[in-house]
Design a protein around this ligand. Structure first.
Ligand SMILES: [Zn+2]
Ligand SMILES: [Zn+2]
Length: 329
């Protein structure tokens, strides 16, 4: 099969012909139709996340059809359309798994990071971590739901029920969260890179009540803020924007250092927290909710061989919505 392979960090991906993987007893073999490109993929290629599997096939927002099943597979019979998220395997026996917090599993494996992912024509995945994809979405439209959507949904839940919600960084996750938050009758205040009027217009088109540069204050005090941009300096800015008792949720896997700030920014029971990974329950809940909203994903497609270009466009903020690799096979 053809795959885009990362030999080591800080190098472009290499198009390679490699053997098609065969499913282990509890795995399914998936013919990949679409795989979205996530900011986490950039963190892996840039060496900001340590100890990836190498060589590695990136990609953890996979949509495809089941082509073959291992001997012990019981949930699928073949040809179903499925999606594969970032969480690719958990142990089921550590304290976190037993407490229903498998997102924090001590031995978790991650698709496109410690397991091969979907920048390829085929991928294998543990059947327990595959989701059925709602019919109303095309393959490319569904792909960003699997990380941008899921992590966004988990971040939104973590932000609590507050009505006025700030979102810092208006990319793939934010464009999905904004629609869900709107559906929940919340007000969205979108903060973008200063001067990025295109992203501000995009946010307004998705129902944000206000959009402006991240350096400015929101016009009203907020109950909660979610930070998707990997910029630590946004944490004290967001704390300034939330009112007493407010919460700031960091939705990314990596962020630059957070500058020190005065205790008064945190005082009055403001909270900062991060969101790590996802649970299968997040996935099931979100994929049931998405067609009801309905969440529309704005995708920019690239062929499999265009993965390096997709990554570099994401890096420079030139993707509106989500970049998705599509394989024609
Ligand atoms: Zn575990
Ligand atoms: Zn992701």
């Amino acid at each position: 099969m053809r795959a885009m392979v990362l030999d080591k960090p800080r190098q472009p991906l290499r198009m390679a012909e490699i053997p098609r993987p065969s499913p282990a007893p509890s795995q399914v073999l998936i013919r990949v139709r679409a795989c979205a490109v996530c900011r986490t993929d950039l963190h892996v290629t840039d060496g900001e996340l340590s100890h990836p599997k190498l060589p590695l096939i990136l990609g953890h927002e996979i949509v495809g059809s089941i082509e073959d099943t291992g001997d012990k597979v019981t949930r699928f019979h073949g040809s179903e359309r499925v999606g594969v998220p970032w969480l690719g395997w958990t142990c089921g026996t550590c304290e976190y798994c037993l407490e229903d917090r498998e997102n924090l599993c001590d031995r978790a494996r991650f698709t496109g990071y410690t397991l091969d992912g979907g920048y390829a024509e085929y991928a294998v995945c543990d059947e327990r971590f595959c989701f059925r994809i709602p019919e109303s979405y095309s393959d490319a439209e569904a792909a960003p739901l699997l990380c941008a959507g899921l992590i966004g949904y988990r971040s939104l839940a973590k932000a609590g029920p507050g009505k006025r919600l700030g979102i810092y960084g208006f990319g793939a996750a934010a464009h999905i969260v904004a629609q869900v938050a709107n559906y929940q009758q919340r007000e969205i205040y979108a903060f973008t890179r200063p001067g990025d009027t295109k992203a501000q217009e995009f946010a307004l088109s998705l129902g944000a009540v206000w959009a402006g540069p991240s350096t400015s204050m929101a016009p009203v005090p907020l109950e909660a803020a979610i930070i998707f941009a990997p910029a630590g300096e946004l944490v004290p800015q967001a704390l300034r924007a939330v009112k007493k008792g407010g919460i700031v949720v960091c939705g990314g896997i990596h962020m630059s250092d957070i500058p020190s700030f005065s205790y008064s920014r945190l005082w009055e029971e403001r909270t900062i927290c991060s969101v790590a990974n996802l649970t299968r329950r997040d996935g099931e809940e979100f994929l049931e909710l998405a067609p009801k909203v309905p969440v529309r994903t704005d995708v920019q497609t690239f062929p499999l061989g265009g993965a390096n270009e997709a990554l570099s466009r994401l890096r420079s903020g030139k993707v509106t919505g989500a970049a998705v690799l599509v394989t024609e096979n």
